[in-house]
Design a protein around this ligand. Sequence first.
Ligand code: G6P
Ligand code: MG
Length: 219
Amino acid sequence: DIKGFVFDLDGVITVTSIYHSKAWHQIADEVGTKWSDKLANSLKGVDRVHSLARILKAGGKETAYTDQQKKDLMDKKNHLYLQYVDKMGSDEILPGIKSFLADLKRHHYAISLASSSRNSPKVLKKLNLTSYFGKVVDPATLKHGKPDPEIYAKGAKILNLDPRRCIGIEDAVVGVQSINAAGETSIGIGDSKVLHEADMVFPDTSKLTLANIKKHMDQ
Ligand code: G6P
Ligand code: MG
């Protein structure tokens, strides 16, 4: 029986995946890496350090920047990203998420957050969703990023739940892989071809309901 839900943030609860992309796009332009949908997709769910590494690698610039310059680029990206976040409000919650969270609470499911973003407390506050997420994995405490199972394993642990009693929800391929490796049931939000490793995929968050999940699990 499922007892808890472990959520990704960017691209699942809110539109911020777009803002991360826009900010990284600007950094890619600055370092001379050609931006593409493929590159954008490969950054989803990936932490800062590894996102920048991928952008530099895509432009053949792995060794062109010092550690300090890389730090400055990451700071710049975060500054650009936070300019978008500052203007956010609860209208940037993705369709159906608010009622899904309320439904989970009503049915006494445990809820936690497993986002790689260090900005998630700020984003939750902007969305007025902090009250749902008393349990948040702090990405600063992790040894390995997604697709490693560590973050989703912690997402279950902070709920005192066996991972097999949890469902993880993700829009990123590496996120789905992390959920699966942690032994949880995975829900992908997005393109079922891209997220084919997920136990079930919904094209968008408006389809994410307890009834639809139960339907899938009974199949
Ligand atoms: C999430 C997002 C990524 C972002 C990462 C780190 O996983 O999907 O796009 O790069 O968090 O976020 P941060 O806000 O700490 O730079
Ligand atoms: Mg995401």
